[in-house]
Ligand binder design. Structure first.
Ligand code: NAD
Ligand code: APR
Length: 243
């Protein structure tokens, strides 16, 4: 058990929130590791690694085209809406950074701004030829041309296993300044995200886990609440805003 450093005073100004697949579960998007989760329907090596993409690009493009198309059939849930409310009403009281491991756009569709997608986004395309990024809503299986260089080399702008997540410096800077770190709907199975709680705690932040059930990293949090995000998150946002 990591010795909890002296928690800084309880004035909460700077908040970092990490969300994972669990916050989108009640919107109907499969999580990765829950029973029947995304990986059980596909071997990770085949659809979420650079090697898998090199081996069978069509399989990978179809996998992400299916997940992109599914976005139009789901809606943000009460947890996404509560974080968007916190994003609006925290203005002027301190800083709020929402870091998500999710590649869906439900935080944005609920109204949250400045969401940091550390694993990329389904609605963005990355050109494997010139590294340009562009918003993308169609199907990549048709091998559309990159708008910047014209090559038919677009790949999902999603961070695969073994690739570096995005904007890590910015995330660690925010964790170092955080007074409160909240993890919502993530299994704590995958690094570097699974280590953010220790990073925040080492700088004196309070730490809270909101998850359906204990995660692999639960023991690293000062406080945990277990239940559906759609119930826990709105209640927690009401608490924080009424402090
Ligand atoms: P990692 O090595 O820390 O991954 C460890 C965990 O990831 C494992 O405990 C397991 O839960 C899962 N994992 C990794 N490889 C797996 C495999 N072949 N089969 C099943 N589970 C596997 O993380 P990494 O591999 O260095 O990945 C680097 C980054 O890429 C991480 O931030 C990861 O979250 C991200 N990523 C994103 C996606 C996506 O679809 N957005 C998919 C995979 C990885
Ligand atoms: N409310 C709150 N938490 C939930 C809910 C819910 N309704 N449903 C599921 N959960 C929790 C599960 O208990 C689990 O801890 O969400 C977590 C989902 O964990 P994963 O499926 O592992 O998803 P995630 O933690 O986001 O995976 C991290 O791994 O495969 C890579 O890059 C991929 O971003 C993904 C990363």
């Amino acid at each position: 058990m990591t010795r909890m450093p002296e928690i800084r005073n309880t004035t909460i100004r700077n908040i970092v929130i990490l969300t994972g697949a669990g916050i989108s579960a009640e919107s109907g998007i499969d999580t990765f590791r829950d029973a029947g989760g995304l990986w059980e329907q596909h071997r990770v090596e085949d659809v979420a690694t650079p090697e898998g993409f090199a081996r069978d690009p069509e399989l990978v493009l179809r996998f992400y085209d299916m997940r992109r198309a599914a976005l139009s059939r789901v809606e943000p849930n009460a947890a996404h809406r509560a974080l968007a409310r916190l994003d609006r009403e925290w203005e002027g009281r301190g800083s709020l950074l929402i870091v998500t491991q999710n590649v869906d756009d439900l935080h944005e569709r609920a109204g949250a701004t400045g969401v940091l997608h550390m694993h990329g986004e389904l609605l963005s395309a990355l050109c494997a030829a010139c590294d340009a990024r562009e918003p993308f809503t169609g199907a990549m299986l048709e091998r559309p041309a990159c708008k910047a260089c014209g090559a038919p080399a677009l790949r999902p702008d999603v961070v695969w296993f073994g690739e570096m997540p995005y904007q890590m410096e910015r995330i660690y800077g925010a964790l170092a300044r955080a007074d409160l770190f909240v993890s919502i709907g993530t299994s704590g199975a995958v690094y570097p995200a699974a280590g953010f709680v220790q990073e925040a705690a080492a700088h004196g932040a309070r730490t809270l886990e909101l998850n359906l059930e204990p995660s692999e990293g639960s023991h690293l949090f000062e406080e945990h609440r277990h239940g559906p995000a759609g119930e826990l998150v709105p209640r927690w946002v009401d608490e924080v805003l009424s402090r």
